[in-house]
Design a protein around this ligand. Structure first.
Ligand code: ADP
Ligand code: MG
Length: 261
């Protein structure tokens, strides 16, 4: 992404965003809620186009692509939606099979093999015939992950994959993201307001603030600069800033007023 500007509803979401995602790595994109993280993913998939600047994916400028090329591009991208978003009237198997049935004419025997392999990869082969309502939050997220990888995407984007998970499920998802990245050679983009969790798996991290990259680097480098940014700009609205500067939420609430925590 180069010098990306994007405004919606009279609000400037991005104002000169520069960002590179390297092949085969895990790139973390962090920032406060409402900071434009989901919007950034929409720019990558071409659902929206920047007002200024360019978004290049696999060397192609997304804004210049026609319908067919955009469709082809999206086939190479997998997206794990915020909150999983499983189809409630289908069982686990059919949820994972859904993209394959939509995008290919594979025979049922092959679909079955494919779906069960992906369910196995997330440790849920035995849950194929459960309904989404029968799954725990962590299981649902893993099914959504199986669905996101069923078409073998080259890039996998995770939108807030940790929200609402208990610590154990969260650990499982973290491990799976890492595994998908190394075992399948997938390029991963993980978007989250949760700095702590991401720092443990990311190769490179970006911190978005006010429509720009406020800091970038390894999680360690980011931690240091985020602390500086926090102490400088912590009049803002970002609860997550408290976990990247080392102040406790309570102390932070006292020193930066409610807006911060
Ligand atoms: P994040 O994912 O970081 O929480 P989003 O990318 O969802 O943030 O949203 C960024 C900002 O853009 C928010 O203030 C949100 O209200 C606004 N926004 C997103 N989509 C729309 C839309 N379709 N119409 C108007 N405002 C929008
Ligand atoms: Mg979002």
């Amino acid at each position: 992404m180069r010098d990306v500007h994007y405004a919606i509803g009279g609000r400037q979401i991005f104002a000169g965003l520069d960002l590179i995602v390297r092949r085969g790595r895990i790139t973390a994109i962090m920032g406060p809620s409402g900071g434009g993280k989901t919007t950034l993913l929409k720019l990558i998939t071409g659902q929206i186009t920047p007002d200024r600047g360019s978004v290049q994916v696999f060397g192609q400028d997304v804004a210049t692509l026609g319908r067919r090329d955009l469709y082809a591009l999206r086939q190479r991208l997998g997206l794990l939606f915020q909150n999983g978003a499983l189809l409630t009237d289908m069982d686990v198997f059919d949820n994972v099979a859904f993209p394959v049935r939509e995008h290919s004419d594979l025979p049922e025997t092959l679909i079955r093999k494919l779906v069960l392999t992906k369910l196995q990869a997330v440790g849920l082969r035995g849950a194929a015939h459960l309904a989404p309502a029968e799954l725990s939050g962590g299981m649902a997220r893993r099914v959504a992950l199986a669905r996101a990888i069923v078409m073998d995407p080259e890039v996998l984007m995770y939108d807030e994959p940790f929200v609402g998970l208990d610590p154990i499920s969260l650990g499982v998802i973290l491990r799976l993201i890492k595994q998908m990245n190394s075992a399948l050679g997938i390029t991963s983009i993980v978007v989250s307001h949760d700095v702590q969790e991401l720092a443990t798996i990311a190769d490179e991290s970006y911190l978005l603030l006010d429509g720009r990259v406020a800091a970038a680097g390894t999680p360690e480098q980011l931690r240091t600069s985020a602390a500086t940014i926090c102490s400088r700009a912590c009049g803002g609205s970002a609860r997550w800033l408290c976990s990247c500067c080392s102040c406790s939420p309570r102390a932070c609430r006292r020193s930066h007023a409610r807006t911060c925590c």
